[in-house]
Design a protein around this ligand. Structure first.
Ligand SMILES: [Zn+2]
Length: 223
């Protein structure tokens, strides 16, 4: 049986086994560099990266911890930090000189969950712009509310499965087994957003970690 443990803030080296109560020391892979470790992508995508086994009783535990995903070929870095706040952001952005000379990177993002990390990876691997995708999601949310007034589209995520692009909408994320709806990705609509919003979609500083989510879009693009 798998049990989920959520870790906030710093990477952890220990956890208490929920089955036997022993303290377990684990080796977290904090930096996932796909250039030097190609298999880390698959381990992240199927979430097996977060499965740890208790060395005392054998219990398998699922532990999410902060990681930094780096794809030098495509030039993006995504930092996943559960429950991060503004202070955290200013700390990572003030570490500029070292962090930004690590390699050939031009896109830096921070996300609060594994689901959103997976989404960013799929967006950038599909050569999509995540600012455009987030604008798309704001419009999609409005459209869903008009068409299904009873629906509460809590979380909308972009997916690409074997070249098939679509959005997955969760009505109520916290309810296990809650309804999921998928909506096909519309290339024309994507291009229209680029045409209509032009320069307001461009970020002012590429050498900086950005949080590009629906909140950012409402504040910076659709203001
Ligand atoms: Zn144990």
């Amino acid at each position: 049986m798998k049990r989920k443990i959520n870790q906030k803030s710093n990477p952890i080296n220990t956890f208490i086994c929920p089955n036997c109560g022993n303290i377990i020391y684990i080796n977290n892979q904090t930096f996932l560099d796909v250039t030097n470790w190609p298999r880390c992508r698959d381990k992240l995508m199927d979430l097996s990266l977060f499965n740890k086994r208790c060395t005392h009783c054998g219990e398998e535990v699922y532990i999410e911890y902060p990681i930094e995903y780096m794809d030098e070929k495509r030039g993006f870095v995504v930092l996943m930090a559960p429950g991060f706040d503004e202070d955290f952001l200013s700390v990572v952005n003030s570490a500029k000189p070292e962090a930004f000379t690590l390699g050939n990177y031009h896109t830096y993002r921070v996300v609060p969950s594994v689901e959103e990390l997976v989404e960013k990876i799929l967006i950038f691997e599909s050569n999509r712009d995540d600012v455009v995708i987030e604008v798309y999601k704001v419009f999609l949310r409005e459209r869903l509310k008009e068409e299904w007034p009873d629906m509460n589209p809590e979380l909308i995520l972009y997916y690409n499965k074997d070249g098939d692009e679509y959005f997955v909408i969760w009505d109520n994320v916290m309810t296990p087994g809650s309804e999921k709806l998928t909506v096909a990705f519309d290339e024309e609509h994507y291009n229209e957003i680029i045409k209509d919003f032009g320069n307001s979609l461009k970020l002012t500083d590429n050498k900086k970690y950005w949080v590009i989510d629906e909140k950012f879009i409402l504040k910076r693009v659709l203001k």
